[in-house]
Design a protein around this ligand. Sequence first.
Ligand code: MF3
Ligand code: CO
Length: 249
Amino acid sequence: MVILKLPDEIEKLRTGNLIVAEILGQLRERVRPGVTTRELDELSEALCRKKRVKPAFKGYRGYPFALCASVNKEVVHGMPSDRPLLPGDIVSLDFGVNYKGYFGDAAITVPVGTVTAETQRLLRVTEESLYDGIEEARVGNRLGDVSAAVQRRVEDAGFSVVRDYVGHGIGRSMHEDPQIPNYGMRGRGIELRSGMVLAIEPMVNEGSWHVKVLPDGWTVVTEDGKLSAHFEHSVAITENGPDILSRIR
Ligand code: MF3
Ligand code: CO
C-alpha cells in the first residue's frame, strides 16, 4: 500500500532530507586519500548530534553504523572501516536521518583523488540516470516510466543496473511501498500520484549486474569485482512536477 503524504508531512520530509544533503556535502568535502570511512562515519554521527536528528541506519535490522560507505566493487551497505581511502578509489556514501518521525535518505558516489576517465564516466552516467528517473516522477506517469528511464541511460552507456536492490517509498518508515526497480518497462506499474514520496536510487555496475553479499551479512559487492556507483534522492511528486527533497543546495 502506497502512503500519500500531506503538505505538512512533505515539509518535515524536506527538512530531514535537507539535513541529509548537508551532511553528505560535508562528508564529500572530507573525502581524500588517507581518510578512513570510519572517520566519515564518526563525522556523520557528530553532525547528527549537532543538528539534533537521529541517524536512520544505526540499529536498522542490526546495522551497526550511521553511514554506509561502499568502496570500489562494494555496491551498497558497505561498512565503515579503518582502511584508508586510496587515490583512484570511489566511495559511495549512503546516509539517512529520522527528523521528527520522518525519514530522509540520499546517497552520492565520490572520487578519491584522481580517478580514470572511465571511472568518471561511471559516476556521471549513474547520476544522470538518477535525474532521468526523477524527470519521469510525474503525476499521471507510471512507476515503470521511472525505472525504464534509469535503465535506458545506464545500458546505453554500456553499464548495468543492479537487479537485487531497489529504491523505495519513504515517509514515517525508511522503506515503504512501492519498490522502485532500476529496470522496467514504460507504461507498466502503479500510476504516480501527487503526495507520493519516492527514494530513487540507481546502483550501477561497470561490468555485469550480478552481486553477492559478503560473509559479514551486509556488504554487497559485484560478482566480477568491477566498480559500482550509487546515487539516491528522495523526491516528492507534486502537481508542479518532481520536487527533489534531498538536493544539496
Ligand atoms: N539507504 C539504504 C536504502 O535506501 C538503507 C541502508 S540499509 C541500513 O535502503 F541498514 F544500513 F540502514
Ligand atoms: Co534508500
